[in-house]
Write a protein that binds this ligand. Structure first.
Ligand code: UDP
Length: 245
């Protein structure tokens, strides 16, 4: 499968529909595959964090979550054409899995949020089975129980919503010990699926300003956003220097 490399991370430049089809196939295979959905923040972090970078490099499916990744790819002269927000990918996969009576395990977020998300997802996707729910603030002693629970359920889809890079590292560390179809690190997706947080209106998403909407709703994100120009500067520098990204 051809990949487009952005800052040494090979991306699958596929539409939402194609990504969802591949993800469903992996979910059904039950080989503990991993999908990652880097945004600009994650790409920037991966430049400094070798472990995160390696995890992103060996993922089974990699889609560009945010407009920042698309911009960086253009600056690098290797433009990605498709933006596939992780949350949209997960929703499309769950819609397809629901029709097959398949299951999803929800890991992450504050206590109670996963349960609320489970209820709403079952209403939205009749037929979808909830294999289990676990909040994201577990301690190391609780991990063995969590692993046993996931293994007993062997879910088609494992949504890991612990924030980046914790979720990618947790999945990477545990994939070998766990039985599931496809695991995806999805940041704050459970907060949205539960109704606890709202996504930007569709028009705002379409024009690539979802990051601005989130910043307005959660001003404390400013520190995270403010660093992103560094990514574009690095891309421009690489392009002008003629180096490979
Ligand atoms: N979270 C968690 N465990 C942790 C840290 C964070 O479950 O130890 C959850 C947090 O409650 C939130 C999500 O991870 O639901 C991170 O959300 P954020 O909006 O920061 O992620 P983004 O969508 O920006 O990647």
């Amino acid at each position: 499968m051809s990949k487009t490399t952005v800052f040494s991370i090979p991306f699958d430049d596929v539409s939402l529909e194609e990504a969802a089809e591949r993800a469903v196939a992996m979910s059904e295979e039950r080989r503990s595959a991993i999908a990652v959905t880097p945004n600009a923040e994650i790409l920037l972090a991966a430049r400094r964090d070798a472990r995160l970078r390696q995890i992103l490099q060996r993922a089974d499916l990699t889609v560009a979550d945010g407009i920042g990744v698309i911009l960086a790819s253009r600056l690098l002269g290797q433009p990605l054409t498709h933006r596939v927000p992780g949350i949209d990918l997960a929703a499309a996969v769950m819609a397809k899995l629901a029709g097959k009576g398949e299951s999803v395990y929800l890991l992450g977020a504050e206590n109670g949020v996963g349960e609320q998300a489970a209820e709403r997802l079952q209403m939205r996707y009749p037929g979808l089975r909830i294999a289990g729910v676990c909040g994201g603030y577990f301690n190391i002693n609780e991990e063995e129980t969590l692993r046993r629970e996931i293994n007993a359920a062997c879910p088609a889809l494992l949504l890991v919503c612990l924030g980046s890079p914790r979720q990618e590292k947790w999945l990477d560390e545990n994939a070998g010990k766990l039985h599931f179809g496809l695991g995806i690190g999805l940041g704050g997706a459970l907060d949205v699926f539960s109704g606890y947080k709202r996504r930007a209106p569709v028009i705002v998403q379409r024009v690539g300003l979802e990051w601005l909407y989130r910043l307005i709703c959660e001003p404390r994100r400013i520190g995270r956003i403010a660093r992103l120009p560094l990514l574009f500067l690095a891309a421009a520098k690489i392009r002008l220097g003629g180096n490979q990204a």
